[in-house]
Design a protein around this ligand. Structure first.
Ligand code: ZN
Length: 463
């Protein structure tokens, strides 16, 4: 049994002196690192945060990707993040959310109705504005932090747009493109060039006036943006000093990972002109933000996971989720967990992906299983809704990518299941229990302010 405090003998004094010295050294070290973790102007800790959103990446997407890449016992980067919670995803007007309402909840900390960006629940989709909400990105920029948004979808698409725009119609992408170049973001990377070119050239954007033929890339340059239109252009930018970077790497969404890989395998001369992958964009963004020496907030969206899900393309969905997981791994390998919070989540699930029983481990998830009672074999993976195997166009990974769906829809529906939230780094211990998607904002905001969120406020009824 040990008494406390421990008795100190003659030899113990030397040990105690060494212990005191060690304590003093540790205290000096803590002071030094503490000083490094404080801003030059005041007491606010210099904390940064990265929010990864896998669009449509429900729990079964993560499991399927793990099974496909490493078998049942495999591990994704996500599996190594130390804290997890469940997240309720509902919108203000129903149990199944779209990306606009879900991203608004995470970016602004308040529920809104489906289809609406950056406004509260008094908004009426396509009809009436609600009260404008301040996004975490705008708030962070106001505090002198660097702010970035990276996506594999169009930069004007719902998820990225919720971090810098306000509109009662998520499809007003021309107006959102204008908001982008007037926003306080330091970097915005993805697709969607078509909304920045002289137009109108996109017929279904009801908000794009026929008289509006401005080239928003030129307008962006006039406002201090450097416009990058290829992976090589992006690599040529080595610092954010004195500039903002707008990356428009495709007219619409970026190609699927499989398509980009195929293009990169082409002639060396063409490779420099290719589209950057989510891993390349994330590495670049984290690199320049870290090098800037200022705290930052970065949102990275795996936007095409959802698109693969809407089409019931199982291999593409796994490929996109694996790439997203790779981006998470690339970020945490260079970030400091003492000063940076990394959160990874999904805005909702797409299509009702199921992993059906009972395949043999050696056969894997791309196989079929025979019903125990006899009869026709069925695929291990299937969806609850979507075009299923009846679609005409092949997926980016070939004809046999589609899996069957229970309810025939040309485009799979989102579902209302809870999604996972993963946490790593400073403040990550707040990621536990069952949270509302608005609590993601609460955790980010508190951590960037250098405090822990009040648990009651995290668990209370959302605004
Ligand atoms: Zn979707």
């Amino acid at each position: 049994m040990t008494a406390f405090p421990p008795r100190i003998g003659a030899r113990g004094h030397a040990r105690a002196a060494a212990a005191i010295l060690a304590t003093l050294l540790a205290a000096a070290f803590a002071l030094a690192t503490g000083a490094a973790a404080r801003s030059t102007s005041g007491q606010a800790p210099r904390r940064s945060a990265v929010l990864f959103i896998g669009d449509g990446m429900g729990p079964a997407y993560v499991t399927a990707t793990r099974l496909a890449r490493g078998g049942s016992a495999g591990r994704l980067h996500l599996d190594d993040l130390p804290y997890t919670a469940l997240v309720r995803t509902y919108a203000a007007d129903g149990p199944v959310t779209d990306s606009a309402a879900a991203a608004t909840a995470m970016a602004c900390g308040a529920k809104t109705v489906n289809g609406v960006l950056g406004q509260d629940r008094t908004a009426v989709y396509r009809t009436k504005d609600g009260a404008k909400l301040e996004t975490i990105a705008t708030w962070a920029a106001r505090r002198g932090m660097r702010v970035g948004v990276v996506t594999t979808a169009r930069v004007t698409h719902a998820t990225p747009a919720a971090f810098y725009a306000s509109d009662n119609d998520r499809d007003h992408e021309r107006a959102i493109a204008r908001a982008a170049i007037g926003s306080p973001l330091d970097l915005l990377l993805g697709g969607g060039r078509e909304f920045f070119l002289p137009g109108p050239r996109v017929e279904d954007d009801g908000g794009w006036a026929a008289s509006d033929a401005e080239d928003l890339r030129s307008a962006a340059r006039g406002r201090g943006w450097t416009v990058a239109e290829s992976a090589a252009d992006l690599r040529a930018v080595v610092s954010l000093r004195g500039k903002k970077v707008l990356g428009l790497f495709a007219d619409s969404h970026l190609p699927f990972e499989a398509e980009t890989r195929a293009a990169q395998g082409g002639a060396p001369a063409a490779q420099g002109k290719t589209v950057p992958t989510i891993v390349e964009m994330t590495r670049w963004a984290v690199g320049v933000l870290k090098a800037g020496g200022r705290p930052f907030f970065l949102m990275v969206e795996g936007g095409r996971i959802d698109h693969a899900g809407h089409s019931n393309w199982a291999r593409t969905l796994v490929d996109e989720t694996a790439a997203f997981d790779g981006a998470v791994g690339a970020a945490i390998s260079v970030l400091d967990p003492k000063t940076t919070l990394v959160l990874v989540t999904a805005d909702h699930e797409t299509g009702g992906l199921a992993i059906n029983g009972y395949p043999e481990e050696k056969d894997g998830i791309w196989s079929t299983v025979r019903p125990q009672e006899g009869g026709k074999p069925y695929p291990v993976l299937s969806f609850m809704s979507g075009p299923g195997t009846h679609q005409v166009a092949p997926g980016p990974l070939g004809d046999d990518d589609a899996r069957p769906s229970g309810i025939a829809l040309t485009d799979a529906a989102h579902t209302g299941v809870d999604v996972a939230l993963y946490g790593w780094g400073v403040g990550a211990e707040q990621v536990r229990g069952t949270l509302d998607n608005t609590a993601i904002y609460g955790i980010l905001r508190a951590t960037l302010e250098g405090r822990t969120a009040d648990r009651k406020s995290l668990l209370g009824a959302p605004r």
